[in-house]
Design a protein around this ligand. Structure first.
Ligand SMILES: [Zn+2]
Length: 678
């Protein structure tokens, strides 16, 4: 141990003995209440986490030196399925999961025997999370963080659960929480919805809604998914992969043709699906189906580029306006030799006339042809160039395009205004449905399975578009300091797109919805107003208050000043004077003067924290300031446990000295810039 380390240890012991970071209300001093989000306790933390907590601690100490009475508390987050998922894998004997936990345990135990003994105790999520909660708090103390540990709790505590129940009861009273059919990313292997935390790959995936168009064919429909439903007037043919498997299936009572792979997705999307017949795509190639608007016959042509795993595996072709379709049709014109086996004559295919259905300045009758020729695209395999051309036409037509006079009742209208109306009209004649896909591939669950979209009846979600909520939250943001202010526009754009967001799931650690206990509130929804809970947590622990005493009346009184202490005392059996001091302690510390964290929290946690404060507390208790420091790289590379380029937090005091680390972290980079550890 170096001299530095000895000195650090000496003072840390002295601080603990003198309890100098235990902050109590003091009416003679100005208070400062600082929070940094509690860590997720599913393993050891590393220096990537260390930057944020260290900067937080430095702010706390700086404010103390300025004479403020500073409260800097910490707790542990364990909500949701990540811990449970890992424990399940350990119990199932998964070698990777075992090794992951062992690697972390070796940081805390010096023999393999002790490591195995601790691992053997990881039989349930609570035990595992509680172990890491304990060692992480020790790591924090060893780094000299000036935390008031009397106020610690975990999000799995029954007393904390009562607080979150109260929070959600408030959302219910305000009409901000709703139940309905809702599409979610879903793991077919686990049989459960998945969140960002559950994904190995595709963590930023969102759900894309396609219009599924039902083209009349024989006694049913050929069903093709599209993002451009207005192009139904320009269809010259259907593309079907001759080698892929297709089915005739009864879908909600109608006969549909889709790829066999698509039937699994339809089932997840709450459709009743019964397969009638499976056949190769080649069987229907050469036949014809009917157009939507005037019923004319259109041929089905072969195309091996059609991926049966993408959407419905049925693709309608608009060669005048879609570069992929244009080049595929051109290829058939140039080499029609494949067509004979399907009984299609080359003359018939050469006779197909491309349809121009959208007028647009700067383009010829067939914009897709322009885009292909400008890029000199020769083959279907030049997918990057083709994707590029597709984007160009999509954007140009959306903003500048006008429907030509071959578009029935929609002729003469601008594309951006007509899209919705075309879908509405097709609804009235039963020609559309909805089909969901993730907006990127691959999206892989931690269990290794491909993630799909599931539609859930009865899903609970918070509706951020509820009347008045966004306006009030924008006001809170305007009056709030953001440091550095360059991050403000990220908040503003998040506020713009926030709409309905699922807030509960079927399993994991956490708080059950008070009005529907089959559901557990998920991890980004139970961690938004807990800064208020810090102000009272030690009273609950020290006085051994029971969960049932922490009723809605208790929290209404403590946080909102509703009711009288006498009445609340009577119904909760909590001493009147204790109630009063809990209430006054909350009023002393709140609002949260500064919340410090990293930019990745802006689009979720921090924005939700603002919205939820606005929903529940009066304006004087809204968050005052949010400060952000950027992430840390390891010698120019992104840090990640799986890459192995991380330094565990626990090793820092021994290896470098806590104070050396703190000095380095605070001086190596401005908060708003990436820090590179070297
Ligand atoms: Zn899975």
């Amino acid at each position: 141990m170096s001299e530095f380390a000895k000195i650090e240890k000496k003072w840390q012991k002295r601080w603990a003995k003198d309890k100098i970071f235990e902050a109590d209300p003091d009416s003679k001093r100005k208070k400062f209440f600082l929070t940094v989000p509690y860590p997720y306790v599913n393993g050891a933390l590393h220096i990537g986490h260390g930057r944020t907590y260290t900067v937080g601690d430095l702010i706390a100490r700086y404010k103390r030196m300025q004479g403020y009475n500073v409260l800097y508390p910490m707790a542990s987050h364990m909500t949701g399925t990540p811990v449970q998922g890992m424990v399940d894998r350990v119990l199932a004997g998964d070698p990777d999961a075992n090794e992951m936990y062992k690697r972390d345990l070796r940081l805390y135990f010096d023999t393999e025997e002790k490591v195995n003994a601790q691992l053997a105790k990881f039989k349930d999520a609570m035990t595992t999370a509680s172990f890491f909660a304990k060692v992480i708090s020790q790591d924090f103390s060893a780094l000299g963080y000036s935390i008031d540990w009397r106020r610690k709790f975990t999000t799995g505590d029954k007393t904390y659960n009562k607080f979150v129940e109260w929070q959600f009861q408030k959302f219910m009273e305000k009409g901000y929480i709703k139940q309905g059919n809702y599409p979610l990313l879903y793991c077919p292997q686990d049989g459960n919805p998945v969140g960002e935390d559950d994904l190995l790959e595709g963590g930023s995936a969102k759900i894309k809604e396609f219009t599924a168009i039902k083209w009349p064919f024989e006694d049913g429909f050929l069903v093709a998914a599209t993002l451009r439903p207005e192009t139904i007037f320009g269809v010259t043919n259907m593309w079907i992969n001759p080698k892929a498997k297709y089915v005739w299936a009864k879908v909600d009572g109608e006969k549909w043709i889709v790829s066999k792979a698509a039937t699994e997705k339809l089932k997840l999307q709450a459709k009743e699906v019964e397969i009638i017949e499976t056949f190769p795509g080649s069987k229907i190639i050469g036949k014809s189906f009917k157009s939507i608007h005037d019923g004319h016959e259109i041929p089905i042509l072969p195309a091996e580029f059609v991926d049966p795993n993408n959407a419905t595996g049925v693709v309608y072709s608009v060669p005048g306006h879609a570069p992929f379709d244009y080049i595929a049709l051109r290829d058939l014109w140039e080499d029609p030799s494949d067509l004979a086996q399907y009984g299609i004559s080359p003359e018939d295919v050469r006779g197909i006339e491309i349809i121009g259905m959208i007028d647009m300045k700067g383009y010829s009758k067939f914009p897709a042809k322009d885009a292909v020729e400008n890029r000199d695209i020769k083959a279907q395999t030049e997918s990057e160039k083709l994707e590029n051309a597709t984007q160009e036409i999509y954007k140009a037509e959306f903003y500048d395009g006008v429907m030509k006079d071959n578009c029935a009742q929609f002729s003469g209208r601008a594309i951006k205004e007509v899209k919705e109306d075309v879908v509405e009209w097709m609804k009235t004649i039963n020609r559309v449905d909805i089909f969901y896909e993730p907006d990127q591939r691959p999206v892989i669950c931690r269990c290794g399975a491909n993630v799909e979209v599931g539609v859930f009846a009865g899903q609970w979600f918070l509706d951020y578009t509820s009347p008045g909520w966004k306006e009030a939250s924008r006001k809170a943001l305007e009056n709030m300091e953001i440091k550095p202010d360059i991050f403000r526009n990220l908040f503003e754009s998040t506020f713009d797109w926030l709409a309905q967001r699922p807030c509960a799931r079927r399993r994991g650690i956490g708080t059950r919805l008070p009005f529907d206990p089959d559901w557990i509130i998920e991890s980004l929804s139970d961690s938004t107003i807990y800064m208020a809970y810090y102000t009272i947590a030690h009273h609950i622990t020290d006085n051994k208050l029971k969960p049932k005493q922490l009723s809605y009346k208790f929290f209404d009184y403590v946080f909102l000043g509703k009711g009288t202490p006498a009445k609340v005392s009577k119904s909760t059996e909590i001493d009147v004077n204790l109630l009063k001091s809990i209430r006054s302690e909350f009023m002393y510390w709140y609002p949260n003067d500064q919340r410090h964290t990293a930019p990745s929290h802006i689009s979720n946690h921090l924005s939700f924290a603002i919205f939820h404060h606005v929903a529940i507390f009066p304006e004087k208790y809204w968050i005052q300031l949010i400060s952000i420091n950027e992430h840390m790289n390891m010698e120019g590379k992104r840090m990640s446990k799986s890459k192995g380029n991380v330094i565990p937090l626990v090793e820092i005091p021994e290896k470098y000295g806590a104070d050396v680390f703190r000095m380095y972290v605070i001086s190596a980079a401005e908060p708003g810039t990436m820090m590179d550890w070297r």
